[in-house]
Design a protein around this ligand. Structure first.
Ligand SMILES: [Cu+2]
Length: 166
C-alpha cells in the first residue's frame, strides 16, 4: 500500500468518527408550547440540548397575568420571592428573541424584580414566545418561575424546570 492511499484512508476514518461523535448534523430546532394558568406551567419540565434552537411559546389560559423567567437561586425581597439571582440568559450571554406578550429585560408592570433578567409577561388570553440557541453555558438544571403579584404566584407553585444537556 502506498503512503498516499494509507493517508487517504486515515482521513476518511477520522472524518467518519468525528461525524459519529457530533451526530453528523446540527440539532433539530425544537418548540415547546407551554400553557400558563393559576398557578402552573403545563408542561412544567422542558429539556434542551446544546446547539438546539429553542422556541418556547407561552399562552395564558388563566384569569391573571403571568410571566416566565428562567434562572437559579430565588432572590427574596421583604420575604417575598422576587426573581432569580442568576438569570439563565444573562449568565450564558444569550439575548433571546422575544415576541408577543409584554417583552422586557426588566419588569414592566407594577412589580420590579430585584435583579434584571429576561422575561416575557403575558396578559390573559394572550401569547408570547422566547426564541434562542442553547449554548454550553446553559448546561444544567434551571428553574422557570412566575413572580407576579409580589411573588404570590411563585409561592403558590408556579414553578417549572428547564434542563439542558450537553
Ligand atoms: Cu403567574
Amino acid at each position: 500500500m502506498n503512503r498516499i492511499l494509507f493517508f487517504m484512508m486515515l482521513v476518511v476514518t477520522v472524518t467518519g468518527l468525528l461525524a459519529a461523535c457530533s451526530g453528523g448534523q446540527p440539532a433539530e430546532p425544537v418548540s415547546f408550547d407551554v400553557e400558563m394558568s393559576e398557578y402552573t406551567y403545563t408542561p412544567s419540565t422542558l429539556q434542551a440540548k446544546v446547539g438546539q434552537e429553542i422556541t418556547i411559546n407561552v399562552s395564558n389560559s388563566g384569569v391573571l397575568e403571568h410571566e416566565l423567567m428562567i434562572g437559579r437561586e430565588v432572590e427574596y425581597q421583604d420575604g417575598k420571592p422576587n426573581g432569580f439571582k442568576v438569570d439563565m440568559f444573562t449568565a450564558a450571554g444569550v439575548e433571546p428573541e422575544i415576541s408577543g406578550g409584554i417583552a422586557s429585560s426588566q419588569s414592566s408592570d407594577e412589580h420590579m424584580h430585584a435583579n434584571p433578567g429576561v422575561m416575557v409577561t403575558v396578559p390573559t388570553s394572550e401569547t408570547g414566545s422566547i426564541k434562542f440557541v442553547v449554548n454550553k453555558d446553559m448546561v444544567g438544571e434551571w428553574e422557570m418561575g412566575c413572580f407576579s403579584q409580589e411573588g404570590v404566584h411563585y409561592t403558590a407553585g408556579m414553578i417549572g424546570k428547564f434542563i439542558v444537556t450537553p
